[in-house]
Design a protein around this ligand. Structure first.
Ligand SMILES: [Zn+2]
Length: 169
């Protein structure tokens, strides 16, 4: 069933991925693998307090930050994007990663409407095999997955959402 859905929408899924990547094409910086292994992401709360997150095994610091911020309720998922609890946008100085983001994180942070500190296409082979880990709240969010699959096509976005949420046509 999943395979059939993908096959039927293959062209638009490919174009969606290309559209997401094209968003940051002009801002790409070189990827430094060694540095990324000890990457640290800092989140600044509205109170001015800062929280630091580090890469742990296959979950990069950016994803750990998202996981913990969603768990704590400071951030919420809204229409497949991440925003503050009061629905305001997360600004560039509120979500900062010292090292360049790998290709996997760059792609998903952009899909989530989160600010990109230093975007790269780095390590995209590993990323395309989904070897890295997304926060569970994202993996189970139909609207987020629909954005990944159909960012630039409203009809496919609607179909994907229906498919992912299990609702009938
Ligand atoms: Zn990463």
């Amino acid at each position: 069933m999943v395979k059939n859905c993908y096959t039927a929408n293959k062209a638009s899924v490919t174009s969606s991925v290309q559209a997401i990547c094209a968003d940051y094409k002009n801002r790409i910086v070189p990827y430094n693998m060694a540095g990324a292994q000890s990457a640290e992401t800092t989140v600044k709360l509205k109170t001015g307090q800062t929280l630091d997150f580090r890469t742990y095994q296959q979950m990069h610091s950016e994803m750990r930050a998202i996981e913990k911020m969603l768990e704590s309720g400071h951030w919420i998922l809204r229409r497949g994007t991440v925003v503050w609890r009061d629905y305001s946008k997360i600004e560039a100085d509120e979500f900062v990663t010292e090292e360049p983001h790998c290709g996997f994180c760059t792609f998903f942070l952009n899909t989530l409407n989160l600010p990109l500190t230093k975007p790269t296409y780095g390590c995209f082979q590993l990323a395309s095999r989904l070897s890295y880990i997304l926060p569970p709240d994202l993996e189970t969010d139909a609207e987020f997955m629909a954005r990944v699959l159909a960012k630039d096509s409203v009809p496919v976005l609607r179909r994907s959402k229906k498919f992912l949420t299990g609702s009938s046509q």
